[in-house]
Design a protein. Structure first.
Length: 83
């Protein structure tokens, strides 16, 4: 596996974990949801993060992988600053 894939996957995971936590917090705050609904939203977001991480680590071309990392990082940064 190329070094850039490992680095891109690590960066994606870091930004993705922040997005998972922000998603769970928003579900809890904005909907007055139960613990089960918060857990389900966290599980769905984490599953999507794992699938995208596997794609970045294995098959996506460099341009698509780095664009995905940049988009996830930008969204995570904006959501943390807004909330």
């Amino acid at each position: 596996m190329e070094t850039w894939r490992i680095f891109a996957t690590a960066l994606l995971g870091t930004g993705g974990i922040v997005l998972v936590l922000v998603t769970m917090a928003q579900v809890r705050e904005r909907r007055n949801s139960s613990t089960a609904q918060v857990a389900i939203s966290g599980a769905v977001a984490f599953t999507l993060l794992v699938v995208i991480g596997l794609l970045v680590a294995t098959v996506l071309p460099a341009a698509v992988a780095w664009t995905t990392v940049a988009v996830v990082g930008a969204i995570a940064g904006l959501l943390v600053l807004i909330d």
